[in-house]
Design a protein around this ligand. Structure first.
Ligand code: PRP
Length: 213
């Protein structure tokens, strides 16, 4: 049996686009399209094994070597700093990390700013870089509610279309960093499977345009 390349795909919206890139790059796995709740799919001929994981868990699988490669958002890479190689920008899943607040919010620099977020490190580093004292309120979801209920002054979250903010009467105040999906590799896996990974990466790059770092 060939040496299988283990690939962690982010489950959900982004995952479908990511798989389509692997497929058009010449590494298909037709059974993945069957409607069922299976999470692992392999194509022995192409020597690839795909598995669906929570988008925020992709980097953990790759860092620990359960996956050789995977696709993770730059937000996750900035927040968790996994010890992996970041190979290239797929140029999909584009959005931005931003500070948002109620439209009438005015920052009072004499007060500690209350910041609700899932991305505590990104938020902490951003405010440290501008020398603003903050109190981080770490939440796990529905961040947009925090300023509405007075739990926080602002939020730091991902904004894609802006619809979630708009529908909750919030608006972007600052953009912190642009985000997109990245191909990442386990450091040891890359050493032992360099050829296999480079081949798949080169074919993927052709599908994504040249988005080298
Ligand atoms: C993100 C983010 C916002 C939303 C922004 O959540 O937390 O709620 O997307 O998208 P929009 O600007 O297009 O409205 P996501 O759907 O990724 O799920 P999550 O709440 O689990 O993070």
């Amino acid at each position: 049996m060939k040496n299988m390349l283990n690939v962690a795909l982010p489950k959900g919206r982004l995952g479908e686009k990511v798989y389509a890139i692997f497929e058009s790059a010449g590494f298909p796995c037709p059974s993945i399209k069957e409607q069922n709740r299976k999470l692992i799919f392999e194509n022995e001929e192409c020597a690839v094994r795909y598995f669906w994981v929570k988008p925020s868990d992709v980097a953990i699988y790759v860092e620990r070597g359960a996956a050789d490669i995977g696709v993770a958002g730059k937000d996750i890479l900035l927040e968790y700093r996994p010890d992996v190689y970041e190979l290239f920008d797929l140029n999909i899943g584009k959005c931005r990390m931003a500070v948002a607040a109620k439209k009438d919010f005015r920052d009072d620099p004499t007060k500690t700013l209350r910041v609700a977020t899932k991305f505590s490190r990104i938020a902490g580093e951003y405010y440290a870089s501008i020398g603003r004292e903050i109190d981080i309120i770490h939440l796990n979801g529905s961040i947009e509610i925090a300023p509405i209920l007075g739990l926080s002054d602002v939020i730091v979250d991902i904004v894609e279309t802006g619809t979630t903010l708009k529908e909750n009467d919030l608006e972007v105040k600052e953009t912190i960093v642009p985000i997109s999906a990245r191909l990442i590799a386990n450091k040891t896996g890359f050493k032992f499977k360099t050829e296999q990974i480079t081949r798949i990466m080169d074919e993927m790059k052709k599908q994504c345009g040249e988005n080298k770092q």
